[in-house]
Design a protein around this ligand. Structure first.
Ligand code: UDX
Length: 438
């Protein structure tokens, strides 16, 4: 049966949630305080780059299942039986999750509520937040407001697929009535339900992202060791990933994780642990390894080219991973300023990401403009376009010693070398081997 749903926040998570629930037949209103965003969405144009989202946006609006609104007409009007909170929880300067937007929305909803409803928390909030919000706002309301922690596990670029083909749906609630409503909401999705209390659901979200980040930092440590001892990380990853207990995914070595989730959530979890008197030593190392890993290209380029003045360096890729225009916490943001400070002329090329959040570098629209005369090129993002490059032409375009630093271990090393370029990567077999500690 279709349910009435309000989704507050039309950022990445909120918009995907809204269009997917509308596709499942629910009657969804997406709310955002940003009038321009709402107008753009209401005209059928997506505010984010995500494969498949435009189609779901148009079909949702055409069927009448999907509408957009600002809170101007009053929260009371906007509350539905299921009201999902999907506003941002960015990182505060101390590493904690900034919950100010969540608090504003939850308090506004609690004040305006004149009939019972279930509040579903999809924003990533630290453990204990659900209990605190209920105590401070929801229990004060004149009507019953149920609370469900329902974290998302959406990868950028694959969010629609992840929504409908998720490995599990986590429902953290203390009352059966709220869980029953949530089962109805997700009735068409064939996935196991993990029904638990609110604090456990909140923990599942952070623990999942922390574990995946741990896998990445672990394989990066092994890759660095491979560089020191002469082993090959591709073979090692394949060999260990075949053990089903370990699994193949997230064993791709390189210059570390970025994006809107892993860096923020690992730091927030470390903060929560510290605040609760617990030193999460393993997690601290995961973060430290990642911070160091993203500097690898700078270390290697500076070793190979001690004086970067008068040198051009091409940065291939700005997005934190391919198939997205998202540059948040991309390793490029650390690499580019450091190279520029050393005097290099840095030219960045990315097929989609247009934002240039760093000073001291130029963004060029054509990859050959970036490569022309460059002494080194650093692959930051594993775009397909880079894998298919004509390496002979690259060699002709670049200046000596024509270093290709493959920060994502994604290129055909033999083809790069065969063209006379100097190939460097992270733990891959070859003549250029520098472990970070070597
Ligand atoms: C992630 C989680 O996968 C998702 O479940 C969560 O809800 C949000 O955060 P996303 O940030 O979109 O999704 O990216 P993901 O594809 O998981 O990759 C994250 C980062 O890890 C990227 O920078 C990627 O390049 C890096 N990565 C991933 C590796 O370095 N090696 C790997 O083996 C896998």
């Amino acid at each position: 049966m279709p349910l009435r749903v309000t989704v507050v926040g039309t950022g990445y998570v909120g918009l995907v949630t809204g269009v997917c629930l509308a596709h499942s037949g629910h009657l969804v209103t997406c709310v955002d305080i940003d009038r321009d965003k709402v107008d753009m969405l209401a005209s059928g144009t997506s505010t984010i780059y995500e494969p498949g989202i435009e189609e779901l946006l148009s079909s949702g609006m055409a069927s009448g299942n999907l509408t957009f609104a600002t809170p101007e007409k009053g929260w009371g009007e906007l509350i539905s039986d299921i009201t999902v909170v999907a506003v941002g929880t960015p990182m505060a300067p101390n590493g904690a999750a900034d919950l100010s937007a969540v608090r504003v929305v939850v308090s506004s909803l609690a004040e305006a509520a004149d009939r019972p409803f279930t509040l579903v928390m999809k924003s990533t909030v630290p453990m204990g937040t659900g209990a605190a919000l209920r105590h401070r706002y929801l229990d004060e309301a004149v009507v019953r407001i149920g609370y469900v922690s329902n974290p998302e596990f959406l990868r950028e670029g694959k969010a629609i697929e992840d929504w409908f083909k998720t490995d599990r749906i986590v429902l953290g609630a203390d009352e059966e009535a709220d869980r029953a409503l949530m089962r109805e909401l997700y009735a068409d999705i064939d996935a196991p339900l993990v029904e638990t209390d609110v604090a456990s659901a909140e923990t599942i979200k952070y623990a999942s992202n922390a574990f995946l980040s741990t896998k990445i930092s672990f394989i990066n440590e092994i890759a660095n060791l491979c560089d020191c001892i002469g082993a090959d990380i591709d073979a090692v990853s394949r060999g260990i990933g075949m053990d089903k207990r370990i699994g193949r995914d997230f064993l791709k070595a390189g210059i570390g994780y970025g994006g809107s989730c892993f860096p923020k959530d690992t730091r927030a979890l470390d903060f929560i642990a510290t605040l609760n008197g617990y030193q999460f030593t393993l997690l601290k190392s995961v973060i430290e390894v990642n911070n160091r890993q993203r500097l690898l290209p700078v270390v290697h380029v500076m070793r190979a080219l001690p004086d970067l003045h008068e040198r051009s360096i091409a940065i291939l890729g700005l997005a934190f991973k391919p198939d997205t225009d998202d540059v948040r916490e991309s390793p490029a943001l650390d690499i580019v300023p450091l190279l520029a400070e050393q005097g290099a002329a840095v030219r960045i090329y990315d097929p989609i990401a247009s934002e240039l959040p760093v000073a001291g570098a130029a963004r060029v629209a054509d990859i050959w403009q970036a490569l022309q005369g460059a002494s080194a090129a650093v692959v930051v993002t594993e775009w397909q376009e880079f894998r298919e490059l004509d390496w002979e032409r690259v060699r002709q375009a670049m200046a000596g010693p024509a270093i290709i630093f493959d920060g994502r271990n994604c290129l055909d090393a033999d083809a790069v070398r065969a063209a006379g370029l100097t190939y460097m990567a992270v733990g891959r077999k070859g003549e250029h081997r520098f472990g970070m500690n070597a």
